[in-house]
Design a binder for this molecule. Structure first.
Ligand SMILES: Nc1ccn([C@@H]2O[C@H](COP(=O)(O)O)[C@@H](O)[C@H]2O)c(=O)n1
Ligand SMILES: C[C@@]1(CO)OP(=O)(O)OP(=O)(O)OC[C@H]1O
Length: 173
């Protein structure tokens, strides 16, 4: 059994001197306007994971009216969602994500973002792929008003008996 999920998020720029994207702190002349740290990529990934398991969306699990999440590190949200996915009996098959940003240049940071996602989702690095694109100066991202992110995940049913079956047949010893 596989399940597919899609997530999309946008955060506008406001005052600040850095952006949190994919759990990576990127020095920049603007910050994100958000209730949490505004990590647009991790929010899209959370929504994709929740969507795949029919568990609603990030706003349902972490309301932006709840002071507990004010200024929250979005990696905490991601790890919580990852736990929910495990509880539902699924693990990551693979994750593909795109950040739409005219600036800053993100290519130097995607390796660190991939590592963060793999760690928080307890997945291997070769199942995670973050990309960045401009929108060729078109639209709100192209005008430099904010950043958008999209994520798609495939989840696989956890094979709870894999270890014992392997041992019984003499594999994996
Ligand atoms: N914020 C961004 C946007 C893009 N990149 C890298 O540049 C490549 C070309 O982008 P286009 O929008 O012109 O297709 C893209 O593939 C990324 O590698 C980036 O680093 N940061
Ligand atoms: C993450 C939460 C909660 O702090 O707030 P924001 O940081 O504003 O992010 P958003 O993507 O608008 O949605 C979900 C919110 O509930």
């Amino acid at each position: 059994m596989i399940r597919i999920g899609h997530g999309f998020d946008v955060h506008a720029f406001g005052e600040g001197d850095h952006l949190m994207i994919g759990g990576v702190r990127i020095p920049y002349e603007r910050g994100f306007i958000a209730h949490s740290d505004g990590d647009v990529l991790l929010h899209a990934v959370c929504d994709a994971l929740l969507g795949a398991c029919a568990l609603g969306d990030i706003g349902r699990h972490f309301p932006d009216t709840d002071p507990h999440w004010a200024g929250a590190d979005s990696r905490v949200l991601l790890r919580h969602v990852s736990g929910l996915i495990g509880d539902a009996g699924y693990r990551l098959g693979n994750l593909d994500a795109t950040i739409i940003a005219q600036a800053p240049r993100l290519a130097p940071h995607v390796g660190a973002m991939n590592a963060t996602l793999a760690a928080d989702l307890e997945a291997s690095l070769d199942t995670v792929n973050v990309k960045a694109t401009t929108s060729e100066r078109l639209g709100f991202t192209g005008r430099g008003e904010g950043i958008a992110a999209q994520a798609v995940v495939v989840l696989l049913a956890q094979d709870r008996d894999a270890g014992t079956r392997g041992r019984a047949s003499g594999q994996g010893d």
